[in-house]
Design a protein around this ligand. Structure first.
Ligand code: SF4
Length: 728
């Protein structure tokens, strides 16, 4: 009650609890964050927050914050100074580098880092001399990136959250936005008010399912069979968009041949869904176009995640739903900056902007960074290491435990740095814990003492370094729909916490490459200037259109968006109109930095013959002529490296004692390259016989936030007296 206009500031920031990117107005009095409000005039949240978003202030001020550096001694954490922490951790890492090479360290980055920090970490690890870096996106949507990129071109959500109110039908599969992305539901419910049909496919009757016109309970892990079943009805009844298929796609004939094998009876046997229910879903989607498909981790977190994604991507091509308002493949990411950290951040198999690791990519970045390619090469020690993908968050422990059941991983890891990541949502935690105990050192850099800090079971060799939250620094973040937004710094770093980019700089100084890392970036008080890092991203990441989102434009846009009038927003709403919050990539920079961004991907105005994009339907069905899965196995394991969800495979069959039920030929196939993909073969037969899901599992579908009913359905914007006070 003591807050008044004097010494009070209004800061614009973005909620950090999911990838919808809702705007938050933070009210800061005398440097203390005293209150938060939703941004009433944001076109995405329109005066609403969910329960998670309503508590972002607590994230900054949470009482369990890590307040100072700590070191584990005889099983107890002791407070130490930053100097001691940087020296001891730095010396140990340099010693391990000397003994075992730069690849002996694994730097796990974060989807919680802003774009600039994620980019700087990839640069930092490159200059350390390794590709051993990864982040949360490996676990959630690596399969989406691989499957969608191979079909359409870009590995990202095609439309915008608020465009979805234009849909005439929406298929939710493996996603539960009522709980996981609540504000996005406002836009679906708006579509429903306008007559859209809603279909929810999920083994559980979720909070999203309660809004459905048609709820389909599916046997866990049988998504592919279900989607092929839907397509069977679409093709059988001639409901596909023939003109679109002819004009835009190639390879649909191969899909048709494959789908023809998935008769209603077979689909029903595999999925447990009555034949009529599959047909009803097909008819609702086909007869109410544009129709949108929304998926989340219930689709991706399977060892056939890429194949799941591929079938849904193909379904949208068959219905002519890609490249138009109200259609799209709408993929909900998890953390607030999973998309951005994937686009420009710490990936083991590519440099920022998905440049890959080939010599040309390294030379491009050597030029942007202002360093010699030869110097970079010398940091790795060999060209082979420089161009070899690093390990992943879902597999590093196999290397340490020397249990490479699934894929080859480096086995010389001696230390892991968890820089804004915790393995809460991962499988095989006992293996991870065992591997943590074998390491020489474990470092956790985070605003909170995470599960990593609690689960390792070590007596020493663990350091906890306190980092700031997103609200104690500024920078850009990219929502799931590719919208890049600017976050203002709300408060100064609390306690002894340092920003992640300051910690990167201090370690780079210790390791002797701070000057190279910041050649084109000013450094103020040990903090590389965030705006300069973004300018470097603008200069380097033109592949996906990060060139036009300069800091100046993002800051301007952040303020301009408040010119939207929330009460007239819906009346004004037309295709693409009002879809803008931030600048959705691709946002091109040249020549005059005026590109408005791209809320809906893929421009259909040009025919393919004149340079328009073709979409690829047949990738993954061409190899075997047997099934999509048969071909897709190579991509599940290779394109996106791995998803970390090998639930039902040859190893699982052996563990369960069912291996002998396969014929020798099936055993050979199962152990070969395509062992996890043989839909018509032994694995599925044995799985169904024992009543199991043949691919994937149900757990992934339960990957939702466990909050009490958070859906603020159609809450009208309320003007707060406090807000008026601040605005005066
Ligand atoms: Fe935050 Fe997501 Fe809720 Fe929006 S929907 S308020 S971004 S948690």
């Amino acid at each position: 009650n003591t807050v008044g206009p004097a010494n009070t500031e209004l800061k614009h920031t973005v909620c950090s609890h999911c990838s919808v990117g809702c705007s938050v107005d933070a009210i800061v009095h005398n440097g203390v964050w005293v209150r938060q409000e939703t941004a009433f005039d944001s076109p995405i949240n329109m005066g609403a927050h969910c329960a998670k978003g309503a508590s972002v202030r607590e994230h900054g001020h949470g009482e369990h914050r890590l307040r100072y550096p700590m070191k584990l001694v005889d099983g107890k954490y002791q407070r130490i100074s930053w100097d001691q922490a940087l020296n001891e951790v730095g010396d140990k890492l340099l010693q391990l580098r000397q003994q075992a090479g730069p690849d002996s360290i694994f730097w796990i980055g974060s989807s919680k880092h802003n774009n600039e920090q994620a980019y700087l970490l990839r640069k930092f690890v490159s200059m350390w001399g390794s590709n051993n870096t990864d982040h949360q996106a490996r676990i959630c949507h690596s399969t989406t990136v691989a499957g969608v990129a191979q079909t359409y071109g870009y590995g990202a959500m095609t439309n915008s959250f608020n465009d979805l109110s234009h849909s005439k039908a929406v298929l939710f599969i493996g996603s539960n936005p009522s709980e996981a992305h609540p504000i996005s539901m406002l836009h679906f419910l708006h579509a429903k008010e306008l007559g859209a049909k809603m279909i929810v496919v999920d083994p559980r009757f979720t909070r999203t399912a309660r809004f459905a016109h048609h709820y389909v309970r599916i046997r866990p892990g049988t998504d592919i069979a279900f989607v092929w079943g839907v397509l069977w009805h679409i093709f059988e009844n001639g409901w596909e968009d023939k003109e679109y298929i002819a004009a835009r796609t190639y390879g649909m004939e191969e899909v048709r041949r494959e789908v023809a094998k998935w008769t209603p009876q077979k689909v029903s046997d595999v999925t447990g869904v009555p034949e009529a229910a599959v047909r009803q879903a097909a008819e609702m989607l086909a007869k109410n176009r544009p129709s949108s498909v929304v998926w989340c981790m219930g689709v991706t977190q399977h060892h056939v995640g890429t194949a799941n994604v591929r079938t849904l991507s193909i379904l949208q091509l068959a219905l002519g739903n890609i490249g138009i308002a109200g259609g799209g493949a709408n993929i909900y990411r998890g953390h607030d900056n999973v998309q951005g950290a994937t686009d420009v951040g710490p990936n083991p198999d590519s440099l920022p902007g998905y440049y890959g690791l080939a010599e040309g990519a390294w030379k491009h970045f050597a030029t942007v960074w202002g360093v010699d390619y030869e110097w970079l090469l010398s940091r790795f020690g060999s060209k082979e290491l420089m161009e070899k993908p690093g390990t992943t968050v879902s597999r590093w422990f196999d290397g340490v435990l020397e249990s490479n059941d699934y894929v080859d991983q480096p086995s010389n890891l001696r230390a892991v740095v968890y820089w804004g990541h915790a393995p809460n949502s991962q499988t095989r935690l006992p293996d991870m814990k065992a591997a943590m105990q074998k390491l020489d050192m474990l470092v956790v850099i985070d605003p909170y003492p995470t599960m990593t800090a609690a689960m390792h079971g070590r007596k020493d060799g663990v350091y906890l370094l306190p980092a700031t939250t997103q609200f104690e620094t500024q920078g850009s973040c990219t929502a799931s729909n590719r919208s890049i937004q600017w976050r203002e710094r709300v408060i100064q770093p609390l306690f002894e916490c340092k920003t992640d980019h300051e910690i990167m700089y201090l370690f780079a100084k210790k390791f002797g490459f701070a000057n190279e890392m910041c050649k084109n970036i000013k450094v103020v008080n040990n903090e590389p200037v965030i705006e300069d890092i973004l300018r470097e991203i603008n200069r380097s990441c033109w592949t996906i259109g990060y060139t036009g989102c300069s800091p100046e434009r993002l800051k301007l846009h952040m303020h301009n968006k408040h010119t939207f009038n929330p009460t007239t927003l819906r009346a004004e709403y037309g295709p693409c109109k009002g879809d803008y919050y931030g600048l959705p990539w691709p946002c091109w920079g040249t020549p005059e930095m005026k590109h408005p961004g791209t809320p809906i991907l893929y421009d259909l105005s040009k025919p393919i013959a004149e340079g328009g994009l073709p979409f690829r339907a047949n990738w993954g069905v061409e190899y075997k002529g047997e099934s999509l899965l048969a071909a897709d196995g190579s991509t599940n394991m290779d394109s996106e490296i791995d998803t970390g969800y090998p639930e039902f495979d040859h190893i699982f069959l052996k563990r369960l004692g069912w291996w002998a039920e396969l014929t020798p030929e099936e055993q050979a196939a199962a152990e070969g390259k395509n062992w996890k993909t043989d839909l018509s073969g032994g694995i599925i037969r044995v799985a169904i016989k024992h009543g199991c899901a043949p691919f994937g599992n149900a757990r992934a579908r339960c990957h939702v936030w466990n909050f009490p009913d958070p859906v603020p359905v159609h809450r009208e914007p309320l003007m707060s007296p406090r807000r008026d006070l601040v605005k005066q």
